[in-house]
Design a protein around this ligand. Structure first.
Ligand code: PLP
Length: 425
């Protein structure tokens, strides 16, 4: 008889991104508080990857819980076509003015991948509605990751994640991320595709997360985007990971002067407590869908569009996010990482140490290749699991991406475990 949560799980569950035959049994988590999670035996784990990059204010935050409970007693869900409700409207009113690039409309969905799907459909149908038939190509960067549904996979770099489906994904033109040296070459590449055949470019500003926590320069991105904008290529900023303070500023696009036409948000949007996705766009995009002609409608919607519970949680998270205390916490985490880099860089086992806001990443030197399937990942995973620190390497890339409320003491434990691994390695 299965008795523990973990044993019961093994009978009935299929986990994401998990080779079920070889993966160790999952740890049953029953409670969270701050940057910590507790298993069924009461052991504490430090959540150093923010539960897959979503948590920003800590687990089971009382303010978020209160707002959610109040909303649950008021209105839990309601169709969002033909009807509206206060939390969806208030969230849009509060969010639009703080987003980069004069965003004028909010379109709700359930998660990051759907937010990307919506942006892609908005971009393609924008040109369709305008009667511009030739703009159908999409540009994206090598090493990009925009989600796991088919459209989102199509605009993600081809990789081990997409391999079984590659032939079925629509064609996307992948270019290198911009740097001071390659801007001219990138423009030439785009020109060779025919700039007036390109509908949009989708990009993760400054930080390519799942592609390996790769960081690139804001100034080079700005040069590329401003040139794309001159060519009327629509700019889709995927801020699903970078939004809500991850990279230092509130949104990564605040580092870039060129305003995006669309922004995708999820993950930290609800503080990581509930599933919600948002795609925003400028007035120009929105207006291309206004018509007496029903065929110009954006025919897209999910059953749980603008779920009031999720919107109330996003509103609560936004209150916490806009409190000056949140920016202070982010600065503190960054300063701690900076000090740790001094220690880390003394180790000959690490290379390419990089820091962006609250995210610290580096590669561990291995005989194998620097790829997602690097064998070291399993070893790292096992080591940190045993230390009760939740770190989930991308191949031989190790990174810390913790809730902003993580204490200096907890960070010290994470750093200590990393140093211990490196010393033994
Ligand atoms: C996680 C992520 C997505 C996909 O979001 P899901 O909610 O997991 O579907 C898309 N883009 C980026 C940059 C992400 O990090």
């Amino acid at each position: 008889m299965a008795t523990t949560l973990s044993e019961r799980d093994l009978q009935v569950i299929w986990h994401p991104y998990t080779q079920m035959q070889t993966a160790p049994a999952p740890i049953g988590i029953v409670r969270g508080e701050g940057a910590s999670l507790y298993d069924e035996e009461g052991n504490r784990y430090i959540d150093a990857t923010s539960s897959w990059w979503v948590n920003i204010h800590g687990h089971a935050h009382p303010y978020i819980a209160q707002q959610l409970a109040a909303q649950a007693l008021q209105l839990q869900h309601c169709i969002f076509a033909g009807y509206t409700h206060p939390t969806a409207v208030t969230l849009a009113e509060k969010l639009l003015p703080i987003l980069p690039g004069r965003q004028s409309r909010v379109f709700y969905s359930d998660n990051g991948s759907t937010a990307v799907e919506v942006a892609l459909k908005m971009a393609l149908q924008y040109w369709h509605n305008k009667g511009v038939q030739q703009r159908k190509k999409i540009l994206a960067f090598h090493h990009s990751y925009h989600g796991d549904t088919f459209g989102a996979m199509s605009v993600s770099s081809r990789s081990v994640f997409t391999a079984p489906f590659d032939e079925l994904l629509f064609d996307v033109h992948f270019i290198d991320t911009p740097s001071a040296d390659n801007i001219t070459a990138l423009k030439a590449t785009i020109q060779s595709l025919g700039t007036d055949a390109i509908a949009a470019i989708i990009f993760e500003p400054l930080l390519q997360g799942a592609g390996g926590m790769l960081m690139y320069e804001a100034s080079a991105l700005d040069q590329l985007l401003s040139w794309c904008q001159e060519q009327q290529i629509l700019l889709i900023a995927d801020e699903i990971l970078t939004g809500f303070g991850r990279t230092g500023k509130n949104f990564a696009m605040e580092n870039v002067a060129t305003p995006p036409d669309m922004i995708c948000l999820s993950k930290g949007l609800t503080g990581g407590a509930m599933a919600l996705g948002i795609t925003t766009c400028t007035a120009a995009i929105y207006e291309a869908f206004l018509s007496e002609n029903k065929l110009k409608t954006l025919f897209h919607g999910h059953s749980f569009t603008a779920n009031p519970l999720a919107c109330s949680v996003a509103l609560a998270s936004l209150d916490l996010f806009l409190d000056p205390n949140c920016a202070q916490q982010r600065q503190r985490v960054q300063a701690q990482h900076e000090a740790f880099i001094q220690r880390l860089s003394a180790s000959s086992a690490v290379k390419q140490i990089r820091l962006l806001g609250t995210i610290l990443a580096f590669e561990i030197v291995t005989p194998g290749q620097d790829t997602y399937t690097n064998q070291l990942a399993d070893e790292l995973h096992r080591f940190f699991r045993q230390k009760r620190i939740m770190l989930r390497p991308l191949g031989n890339t190790l990174y810390i991406l913790a809730p902003y409320c993580i204490t200096d003491k907890e960070l010290g434990e994470v750093y200590g475990a990393i140093m211990e691994f490196l010393e033994r390695y």
